[in-house]
Design a protein around this ligand. Structure first.
Ligand code: NAP
Length: 439
């Protein structure tokens, strides 16, 4: 019997799951990969930094999966809105939510609503041309930006704010962001961390890039660094990252003086409030020390001037009506990917926003094993489902404007044609233009 699988979300977690389903069942499976956007690849398109094109290259692997006969892309359809989860359950044997974690975790601090304070989902979405954030229009006319968090997203944001136009050559940063950055007045980017060098979440390759920026120089206060011998207990990746911080602390002032932008690491500083009247003017932080890995406040506070604040402190998934959700953890309630028999979660929707793109591959294979287990025990029932034929009938009755993979290839072609010199593409940043481009 042919098995019908619906995957909700066409990012890395979605396509690795589709690949795993193919490997497991070959011709005996049909997979529909749904996406709200008319374009595939989720975070590869709208999350991965535009100047990290080599990482984006992984989408070629997803394309191989997407082009196979038993997998199809169903774009421009929002599950939970255009079609309910209950309706999908009638049509497919199993539904896998690979919806990622598209919302910013709130800071939960006074002043968070001041103008020019953004979460990283919004800010990254802006420079990556996500239709939801294309109109964000951050004001880059002030001199000082504060980036909250010491993870790889904070590094992406700090680097994007620091690069020269020439350094964006070969990237697919969207024109509206490049235009704004070209006239940016930001000359200091303070990266704020509530804990210390041994607790950073930044990986060595990404952190090392800060050493090679044309007009920006990283600065670490040597007093924040623990004694070098204490690095010995760290796992090798983190030890290497801390090594980079040590190199930043050792950059001589005269070398730094030649750079227009300072990238200042402010560690042991926990944000307590955003200061300003209408627009943000500063971030008040409390000095901390780290005890047993936790930040402990000292009561001493100070204000870091800020004309722009980007909080890069993690993400949450979106609940979908009819699917159990763990509000506290901000992801689907699941046991190793199984929400209930028939409903599964994978990637960030399963485990929260951690790990690299590659982490989603074993995740996808593991969830397919869970589905195979549930099929074998009869937990998913033995009635033949209609799968894609049933979905097509529903979509036609509801007049849904489904975007296919073939349509996406036309959109992609138009984006490639519109690219600046040396750039791979110029993305459409609104849904209407994407739909129009498919012809
Ligand atoms: P992350 O790695 O979890 O880092 C989040 C940072 O925010 C941590 O430093 C955390 O500090 C801090 N933070 C959290 N809540 C805070 C609060 N309320 N106040 C102040 N600081 C707070 O998250 P991410 O940077 O968003 O990255 C998400 C995932 O994507 C990670 O796995 C990352 O490696 C991956 N990613 C990879 C790349 C790449 O490989 N090039 C690029 C981007 C993202 P504490 O540790 O003290 O909680």
């Amino acid at each position: 019997m042919i098995r019908h699988l619906a995957i909700v979300g066409s990012g890395p977690a979605g396509y690795y799951t589709a690949e795993a389903a193919q490997k497991k069942w070959g011709d005996d499976v049909r997979v529909d990969v749904f996406d709200t956007l008319p374009v595939p690849y989720g975070l590869i398109r709208t999350g991965v930094a535009p100047d990290h094109q080599s990482i984006k290259g992984v989408s070629r692997r997803y394309e191989t999966t997407a082009l196979s006969d038993n997998v199809r892309f169903v774009g421009n359809v929002t599950i939970g809105q255009d079609v309910t989860v209950e309706e999908l359950q009638q049509l497919y044997d199993a539904i896998v939510f690979a919806t990622g974690a598209p919302h910013d975790k709130p800071l939960g601090l006074p002043g968070e609503d001041l103008a020019n304070v953004f979460g990283s989902a919004a800010f990254v979405g802006w420079y990556n041309g996500h239709p939801q954030f294309a109109e964000l229009a951050p004001d880059l006319s002030g001199g000082h930006a504060v980036v909250i968090g010491m993870g790889n997203v904070a590094l992406d944001v700090a680097r994007i704010l620091s690069k020269t136009e020439a350094e964006f050559a070969g990237s697919d940063i969207v024109n509206h962001a490049l235009d704004a950055l070209r006239t940016s007045h930001i000359r200091t980017v303070t990266i704020v961390g509530r804990r210390g060098p041994h607790q950073i979440m930044m990986t060595p390759k990404e952190l090392g890039e800060l050493m090679h920026l044309e007009r920006a120089s990283p600065r670490v206060d040597p007093a924040d660094l623990p004694a070098q011998e204490e690095d010995a207990i760290l796992e090798p990746g983190l030890r290497k990252s801390v090594g980079h911080l040590r190199s930043f602390a050792a950059i001589p002032d005269n070398e730094r003086a030649g750079k227009a932008i300072g990238l200042d690491f402010d560690m042991f500083a926990s944000p307590v409030r955003l200061v300003g009247t209408d627009k943000v003017e500063g971030v008040e932080v409390e000095r901390t020390r780290v005890e047993a890995g936790r930040a402990v406040g000292s009561g001493e506070t100070y204000v870091i001037p800020a004309d722009l604040v980007v909080a890069c402190i993690g993400y949450r998934s979106s609940p979908i009506p009819g699917v159990p959700f763990d509000e506290r953890a901000g992801k689907f309630a699941n046991d190793e990917g199984r929400i209930v028999p028939g409903l599964y979660a994978v990637g960030w929707a399963r485990r929260g926003p951690t790990g690299t793109i590659g982490t989603n591959r074993p995740d996808g294979f593991a969830v397919i094993d869970k589905i195979a287990e549930d099929l074998a025990t009869g937990a998913l029932g033995n009635t033949a489902k209609q799968g894609r034929a049933g979905f097509d009938a529903l979509a036609a009755a509801r007049k849904l404007d489904v975007v296919t993979f073939r349509d996406w290839k036309k959109i992609e072609e138009a984006e490639n044609q519109a690219a600046r010199d040396g750039a791979p593409r110029e993305k459409f940043v609104d849904i209407e233009s994407m739909i129009r481009a498919r012809g």
